[in-house]
Design a protein around this ligand. Structure first.
Ligand SMILES: [Zn+2]
Length: 376
């Protein structure tokens, strides 16, 4: 590793790759990281699920039978949004402790922190357990890259513990919800707008369904950290022109599930609830994740983070989902922690930034977590 490469420089290098998704185009960024890790002693494999959509799996193997610790992060970012930025989203502009750029918080700062920690682990003598870095593409559009890896035999192997570097301001999170995004299409019959009795209005059906959905009951006890599942109608599209009876209307439904729920069953219930006049399309379907806060390794990580946060972190869960929905079961369902330097409130925002001090702390904390796991 070049001595000049610190975690801030690496984050800025990553910000310079335009990986806005769609279209993603993560290949150049994944290859850059792959080369860096290979030079540092990692074995690397690239897995592409479409033109330029590249996942990277990098590993150093340990000795003995202990499973590796896995650190994971995504390198795609969401679009810049409609409001113009006052900072260049690709340049990595610095102002005091703030590093600006699309993906600074979500989550190129986190990826840089785990790569630098990984390179340090590789420099140390042969470890008891190994370390795997799973750098994914296509997370923002529903864990596409993670799904591809999970479906690919031998791409991931197993892990004994997982750290997901999504933005948590370095506070460890032990649970998150799953998601089920559905488009429900109401089908009607078109007619001239002056003769509505000749048609069957799909917008009226959709409107009734939207009202009905407000009362949808999941009939499940709330999770102690995640609360109850939720449902939200996020979009409604229908009709072509004002003087026609619309024959189609589509509503977009965002359901956030808790780990005790089975998404397939929720889908079936929703289908029954909406009735036969709707056709359903599943856009995103990922399960929730929850680890036992009393697990030895989880407690160890909380102990490590206490020294950075200056207080014992509270045990909590979050409502968004991460690649862990896919990767945790694929890696053998080990304990999983969401822990990254980004500011949760900055994710997906105009003029996104991350505190440089948090990125440096995350890198040091990741190294400590990995060293403890690997027995170094
Ligand atoms: Zn993210």
């Amino acid at each position: 590793m070049k001595p000049s490469l610190d975690v801030l420089s690496l984050t800025r290098r990553l910000l310079a790759f335009d990986t806005v998704n769609p279209p993603g185009q993560e290949r150049a960024c994944a290859q850059f990281l792959g080369k860096l890790l290979e030079d540092g002693g990692f074995e690397t494999d690239f897995f592409e699920f479409g033109g330029g959509r590249t996942n990277l799996v990098a590993r150093i193997t340990g000795v003995g039978d202990s499973p590796p610790i896995c650190f994971t992060g995504h390198i795609d970012t969401i679009p810049l949004g409609a409001i113009p930025w006052t900072k260049d989203p690709l340049k990595g502009e610095i102002e005091g402790d703030r590093l600006y750029g699309r993906g600074a918080s979500d989550m190129k700062g986190g990826v840089a922190a785990m790569v630098i920690a990984g390179l340090r682990v590789a420099e140390l003598s042969k470890s008891r357990a190994g370390m795997t870095l799973v750098i994914t593409a296509g997370e923002e559009t529903g864990c596409e890259g993670a799904y591809f890896l999970a479906a690919h035999e031998n791409a991931l192997g197993k892990a004994g513990a997982i750290v997901v570097g999504e933005p948590t301001a370095n506070s460890p999170i032990v649970a998150h919800k799953g998601a089920l995004w559905i488009e429900a299409r109401a089908i009607g019959t078109a007619a001239h707008g002056s003769m509505p009795e000749k048609g069957d209005n799909a917008i009226y059906k959709a409107a009734q369904a939207v009202t009905k959905l407000q009362n949808f009951d999941f009939e499940i006890d709330s999770h102690e950290l995640l609360g109850s599942p939720t449902i939200n109608v996020g979009t409604i599209k229908g009709g072509v022109n004002i003087n026609s009876v619309p024959d189609q209307a589509v509503i977009g439904i965002d359901i956030r599930t808790i780990p005790a729920q089975n998404n397939k069953r929720v889908y079936d219930e929703l289908k029954r609830y909406l009735g036969h006049e709707f056709e359903l399309d599943r856009l995103v379907d990922v399960g929730g994740v929850a680890s036992d806060p009393q697990h030895e390794w989880i407690e160890e990580v909380f102990g490590i983070m206490e020294s950075y946060l200056k207080e014992h972190p509270p045990v909590c869960g979050v409502s968004y989902f991460t690649d862990a929905s896919v990767l945790t079961p694929a890696l053998g369902s080990p304990p999983t922690i969401i822990l990254g330097p980004g500011e949760p409130v900055m994710a997906h925002k105009t003029d996104e930034f991350c505190y440089i001090s948090k990125i440096e702390e995350a890198s040091a904390a990741y190294l400590e977590i990995a060293r403890k796991w690997c027995g170094l």
